[in-house]
Ligand binder design. Structure first.
Ligand code: FES
Length: 126
């Protein structure tokens, strides 16, 4: 079933990036945790995976019950795949591909992240 609430969330491979959105200073993001950022009416969950020295971004919307909660999820590693677990019912998603790792939910959208001069930038195709 198509849902309009999900329409704005489209995975953006780095080669499709048109806008690097200056989201916030690095210090706004907790170590090994996430925070929510707004971009053109979208809620984007951004994760500071300190343990792996990596950053990830995905839609904040969990496709299970359509709740804006993924930024509050626990991040971790599933056999080498960085993942986030939804805080509500523990559905897990790859932060690389967006794939639902413990079920057959639709993949979530993931976005490239870069850090420059102490700021976090998110890559969007619009
Ligand atoms: S709302 Fe995310 S797992 Fe249920």
């Amino acid at each position: 079933m198509m849902s309009t609430t999900r329409a704005p969330y489209i995975s953006t491979p780095i080669e499709k990036v048109k806008t690097w959105f200056k989201a916030a200073p690095v210090t706004k993001f907790p170590s090994n945790g996430g925070a929510c950022v707004q971009y053109k009416g979208k809620q984007i969950a951004v994760f500071n995976f300190t343990k792996e020295d990596k950053w990830y971004a995905c839609q904040n919307l969990c496709p299970h019950k359509m709740e804006m909660v993924l930024s509050r999820g626990m991040i971790g590693d599933a056999a080498g795949i960085p993942k986030v677990a939804c805080p509500l019912h523990k559905k897990t998603f790859s932060l690389d591909s967006g794939e639902n790792l413990n079920g057959d939910l639709e993949a979530i959208a993931v976005y490239p992240v870069k850090v420059e001069g102490g700021f976090v930038y998110l890559g969007f195709s619009d």
